[in-house]
Design a binder for this molecule. Sequence first.
Ligand SMILES: [Fe+2]
Length: 301
Amino acid sequence: MITLTDIAYVRSGVADLDAAIKFATEIVGLELAAPTEAGVAHLRADQRHHCLALVEGPSGVIASGFTVADADALDAAETELERSGLTVRRGSAAEARSRRVREFIGFDDPFGNRIELVSQQESVGRPVAFSRQAGISEFGHLCLDAPDVHEAYRFWSTRFNARVSDWIADAACLMRIDPVHHKLAVFRADGPGLCHMNFQVDTIDDVFRNWHFLQEHNVEIEMGPGRHPQSTAIFLYFLGPEGFTYEYSFGVRRIEDEAGWVPRTFDPAEPGSIDMWLGPITRTVSQPQIRSGQPAGAGLS
Ligand SMILES: [Fe+2]
């Protein structure tokens, strides 16, 4: 059993780096870290050095990162994953530097999502210099795509410490790795990809101020504002460049009584199962996974 201690980052390939940076800063509000590497932009939202890296190149998600406790935990994870038949690759020093981690390993989940486990992700001590006041408090969660959410849960719950918090029938599995209702979710889709990346905001007012701001700037609102009955979070999904969906949300449920929580199942066809406020429901756009082993080194670029 591999213990994931937190989510770490999303690494996304973009054909138009300047446009993607402009959106991530001026629209989403993230801080752009001082450039240190040609073709890579590091975006910051909280104590992490970055939680989103935009990498110039083929468009598509490159990897989703999670932290483990330390170097020994990473070694043990590598052994365990290899023993289970997965191909695991250890990142080079340059690749680890680009991720601001001491060490990392990469592998594909059974559906082709590229996952990276990292040790010692760098923190930055100074306050985040947000590009605009969106009210962001932290990188909240990431959602992956897979054709079978039950198989995905089997993978995440048998190899890792992920536990289901709630099901949206066969459409989604919302999982926790700490008291937060979900830091990882898997949504049903034909192929692997990043369904969305979530940022928590401080207040309900931030959600609605952001909604007006996004509309004024002609950003495509995919869904919301609404409220998920599972996590109780008030959500707003919107579309960034190159098929990358961002989410702001406020008020996610914490599950403090671990033993007492019983996962529930919601039928997505039932009104209110996605949005308690009964707003229009749409399947948000996912950014497809860049399949590893295709372009040279793309899996770990
Ligand atoms: Fe979400």
